[in-house]
Design a protein around this ligand. Sequence first.
Ligand code: TUI
Length: 324
Amino acid sequence: MIHTSVNTLLNIKYPLIQGGMAWVADAELASAVSNAGGLGVIAAGYAPEEWIRKEIRKARSLTKKPFALNIMLLNPDAEKISKVAIEEGIEVIITGAGSPGKYISSWKDNGIKVLPVIPSVSIARRMEKMGVDGLIAEGGEAGGHIGELTTMSLIPQVVDAVHIPVIAAGGIGDGRGLAAALMLGASGVQIGTRFLVAYECTINRAYKEKILQAKDTSTIVTGRATGHPVRVIKNQLAREFQQLERMKETSFEEYEELGKGSLYRATREGDMEMGSIMAGQISGLVHKEQSCREIIEEIFSEAETQIIEKSALIQEKYTDTIKR
Ligand code: TUI
């Protein structure tokens, strides 16, 4: 069994956190992941306060296990969402796209564990000083809003810089990815893209088909010029974003106008041309639909096999001829 500090910290069977994907991660997905032994996550994203409260209550009715709320800090309503989380007795808060500094004391006072997503060593250090419980270090292979570094370079550098558990995210989609993340020093993984095609994931059918059909080069990063780079599957909207970026005079407002509501259009309405199909580079590896339980159990059994096989290579004194 793969058992780390993350199992103990979060009181879960497998050190795996589901990605907090906005307009994707609802009560149904979160409770399925938690019931399967991972940490399910409801993503607040840009959703209305009442939707968030309703999903938290629904998840409580679907699982007795802990689950998290992901608060995307670019949302101007983050303060209100923080209040909802406290009122509803959320056990774990994951933050993205900003610093949770001003909320930490009230979250800690309410016994909430805090795990920020971070894209660099300097931000990791700053958040450790704020008293967070662990860090989710996310490489640019991930879908959605991303940082500059790759998972391979980011994880070991963050692990060396801090004394709290580090969870790896970005580009991890199977047991090999999990085993590699553990080798880099991570104590767990956060996986998003693979759960997009879970039976319990309620997004539009067309979105799932895009992931199932994706290949290694299907995603691109748009919005670097705005300072908010976002990884998406290529489509008409992504091409229009790229065109705007080539025209230097394009204002931030023009980007915003093109992006507004685009994630909802893709995930819920199935608009595959003018919707924003956020997904990670590992989409090319995701070929089959499964239940959350099948996904998680397969990932962990594959990682265990990988670790046992690779250590057998060493024990057999093949140390200088490792070819696999
Ligand atoms: O947040 C994400 N991924 C996301 S959020 C999202 S919703 C969205 N919709 C439209 C446009 C943009 C986003 C879709 N995907 N990942 C976590 C993440 N956090 N990646 C990078 C960061 C991050 C970046 C800077 C965290 C902290 C940070 O700086 C904090 C500081 O103190 O400066």
